[in-house]
Ligand binder design. Structure first.
Ligand SMILES: [Zn+2]
Ligand SMILES: [Zn+2]
Length: 133
């Protein structure tokens, strides 16, 4: 089992079961919503994920037609995104995990939108948009 939660500790979740792939997203929306150079996103099947505390403190924002970002309304920690093309999974804000999920990000997506002050220094594949399947 993996556990995680928001900065203020009011929202807690657990993941039981398999997790999907992880990646780094450099798109401008992820940079804004996370306030960082990029977002680390772990795909988690909805059947593996459940809130154990504070679900009523979540609030959400539709950042684009197919994306809803859900975050703690007290401390602002991003928790999960829903993305229409993957209706059975959440995009988990990987930094909210307390435990090691075992998987590592495989690539950089939207590398063409990355912050000019950030240099990608690893050798993972970089995609201008979404990764090739
Ligand atoms: Zn919080
Ligand atoms: Zn993004």
């Amino acid at each position: 089992m993996l556990r995680g939660g928001c900065l203020c500790g009011r929202i807690r979740y657990e993941i039981v079961g398999p997790v999907g792939k992880a990646l780094y997203c450099h798109c401008s929306m992820c940079r804004k919503s996370h306030g960082t150079a990029f977002r680390a996103r772990l795909s988690v099947p909805k059947t593996s994920f459940r809130f154990i505390q504070g679900e009523d403190l979540l609030t959400s924002y539709r950042s684009s037609e197919d994306t809803v970002k859900t975050f703690c309304q007290i401390c602002g920690s991003p928790i999960v995104n829903s993305w229409q093309p993957e209706p059975d999974s959440y995009g988990l804000a990987m930094g909210t995990l307390d435990d090691d999920p075992g998987v590592r990000p495989l690539c950089h997506e939207f590398a063409g939108s990355k912050a000019p002050w950030y240099e990608i220094t690893d050798s993972l594949p970089q995609y201008q948009g979404f990764p090739a399947p």
